[in-house]
Ligand binder design. Structure first.
Ligand SMILES: [Mn+2]
Length: 306
């Protein structure tokens, strides 16, 4: 079998009911506790956990599929955070600080998994086994952004499966290192600091001196045209060229999640498809049914409402 065809699934965030409905819609059936398709395989873009009510069930479904070979998955920023929260340095400090803000962000996961329980340790150990990206024949998958320089920085910190080693995880949590910057770009997406003296106020009234970038858009060459989630305030940004080019220009299609897109699922670009349509905000859980094409098509999106 040359190309099994892949069904790439966006961020689930602990919503197991839509996941079950999507699996059935894509003709996966649960046999002996594992969802399988007779011919195809699934790939998850990460962010299995976070706020949804059924995080244990989401992990059970995804993990059993990965362990049985009926799916693969990449690491999301929420799994990376969970690893850092649960991992100590030699001096006893946790890689991710247990600050009130971080504790609040992680509270629902820890409530459902009970910190330091066997289930919690087991979940974190599975997160450690997720590769940072997948570069397969014909398609690529990463949680937030495909970026060659960031991949190169991390290459020496990965094991043979493409997972960060223990040393690689520690290095990625050291602020100011190249590894930290690389993981931020790959798992949270690129940001660009605005030119000196320029800022804007976001919809919550917070002063912002950085913009998130629409790296999948070939025309996004200036601050104004590249800025993401500006809610109509783009005109407040300069129309000058970006100092760094993050645009994805390769022909091989890349699938990602992370961006909490609004509205009905639609195509991001012909070679780069975001599959996160905000299931955790009453949006859609979305998959792309890929069968070898290089030019991605909207008709191959399959989604279920939250
Ligand atoms: Mn994410």
């Amino acid at each position: 079998m040359s190309n099994p065809g892949y069904d790439v699934v966006g961020d689930i965030h602990g919503y197991a009911d839509p996941l079950h409905r999507l699996l059935h819609k894509l003709d996966y059936a649960e046999i002996d506790g594992v969802f399988r398709h007779p011919e195809r395989k699934m790939i998850f873009v990460g962010d299995f956990i976070d706020r949804g009510p059924q995080q244990q069930e989401v992990l059970r479904v995804a993990r059993t599929m990965c362990e049985a070979g009926s799916a693969s998955a990449v690491l999301g920023n929420h799994e990376f955070n969970a690893i850092g929260w649960a991992t100590q340095r030699e001096n006893g400090d946790f890689l991710r600080s247990h600050s009130p803000k971080n504790a609040h962000q992680h509270a629902e996961f820890l409530r459902q998994f009970e910190e330091n329980s066997a289930a919690h340790r087991d979940a974190v150990s599975w997160f450690r086994s997720l590769p940072v990206w997948l570069d397969l024949p014909g398609l690529r998958v990463v949680h937030a952004c495909w970026h060659e320089p960031s991949r190169e920085i991390l290459m020496s910190m990965l094991d043979e499966r493409g997972c960060l080693t223990a040393a690689g995880i520690r290095e990625s949590y050291r602020h100011g290192t190249d590894a930290h910057a690389a993981v931020e770009i790959l798992l949270k997406g690129p940001e660009q600091h605005l030119p000196e003296g320029i800022h804007f106020f976001d919809k919550d009234g917070h002063k912002r001196e950085e913009v998130r970038l629409r790296w999948w858009d070939q025309d996004a060459k200036t601050f104004r045209s590249a800025a993401l989630s500006m809610d109509g305030r783009e005109d407040e940004l300069p129309d000058s060229p970006l100092p760094r080019d993050f645009r994805y220009t390769a022909k091989k299609p890349v699938f990602f999640g992370h961006y909490w897109l609004h509205g009905s699922p639609t195509m991001t670009a012909y070679n780069a498809a975001c599959l996160d349509f905000s299931v955790a905000r009453k949006g859609y859980l979305t998959a792309y049914r890929w069968s070898g094409e290089t030019h991605l098509l909207k008709e191959n999106l399959v989604s279920v409402p939250a």
